[in-house]
Design a binder for this molecule. Structure first.
Ligand SMILES: Nc1ncnc2c1ncn2[C@@H]1O[C@H](COP(=O)(O)OP(=O)(O)OP(=O)(O)O)[C@@H](O)[C@H]1O
Ligand SMILES: [Mg+2]
Length: 270
């Protein structure tokens, strides 16, 4: 792997109202790798992604994409950088009134001066690449059903074929473990740990007896990965009042109780 990351997040802090939603986030994503970002609801995953694509700005910190800090760019400069990456939403990102081929052609028509016949060829190549060439003239609603299950495999294939760099946010652990090269775990706005998929597999598969010897943070990560009904996450919820749980306050005091979080994070940043 090359030394310089394609995506370099440093010290990102985001505040909404009085709530610190992201607190000193660091993350490196290297060329060709698939990074899965995990974390409970409200941990800051979407906010981090939105900052990484320049859709919102952080209060502090920088986001380098392809060596350029996008935090200070104006909208037209941002749009230049945006041509180099794509965004896929959970619900699919296609225009329903256009065929699959027309959807794929659209950005090429908008962002290049290519002749229509060249665009046609490019569209065919791109669709062949993802096994959708025979569906070129169908509408999104006509194919979406059965395709969802194949997305994971598609991501793995494309990542190999095209060497694309991906950041994926998902709650689906099976999916996460299928596609990830490395995984990052957010917890209440802090980056708990960034490690290889194998590291997280090992943690997930640690037997309970052994897991009891692990730090609180590691036990929390293990519970999250396994989706276990009992463990530090549940305990934390029980310890906080209903109001705290709802409003997300009290996170600071809980964090102080588990100082290992800070050391793990520091290690991950190195
Ligand atoms: N525009 C906003 N204004 C105010 N608060 C916001 C805004 N966007 C997010 N938040 C708050 O920031 C915190 C993190 O939200 P975010 O959507 O990033 O979490 P998430 O990890 O993506 O959660 P989920 O898994 O539920 O999608 C939450 O407490 C949320 O209420
Ligand atoms: Mg989200």
């Amino acid at each position: 792997m090359p030394k310089e990351p394609v995506i370099k997040v440093r010290g990102v802090k985001k505040i909404f109202g009085e709530q610190v939603v992201l607190d000193g986030i660091n993350l490196d994503v290297y060329e060709g790798e698939t990074m899965v970002v995990m974390g409970g609801s409200g941990s800051g995953k979407s906010t981090l992604l939105r900052i990484m694509i320049g859709s919102i700005r952080p209060e502090e910190g920088s986001v380098e994409l392809f060596g350029k800090n996008i935090v200070d760019l104006d909208e037209s400069e941002l749009n230049e950088v945006r041509k180099k990456f794509g965004i896929l939403f959970q619900s699919g990102a296609l225009f329903n009134s256009m065929t699959i081929a027309e959807n794929v052609a659209l950005p090429l028509q908008e962002h290049t001066d290519l002749a229509p016949e060249i665009i046609d060829i490019q569209v065919k190549i791109k669709l062949e690449l993802v096994g959708l060439r025979e569906h070129a003239d169908k509408y999104p609603a006509q194919i979406s059903g059965g395709m969802n299950a194949e997305i994971d495999q598609l991501m793995v294939d494309l990542s190999k074929k095209l060497h694309v760099t991906s950041i994926v946010v998902t709650h689906e652990m099976d999916s996460a473990f299928t596609i990830a090269d490395r995984m990052a775990m957010l917890d209440k706005g802090k980056m708990l740990v960034v490690e290889s998929r194998e590291y997280f597999e090992q943690m997930r598969d640690t037997p309970l007896e052994q897991a009891k010897q692990m730090s609180q943070t590691d036990q929390l990560i293990r519970q999250f990965l396994r989706g276990d009904p009992e463990g530090p996450i549940t305990k934390r919820k029980e310890d906080s009042s209903y109001e705290e749980d709802l409003l997300g306050t009290g996170a600071e005091t809980l964090r102080e109780k588990t100082p290992s979080i800070v050391t793990t994070r520091a290690k991950a940043i190195q």
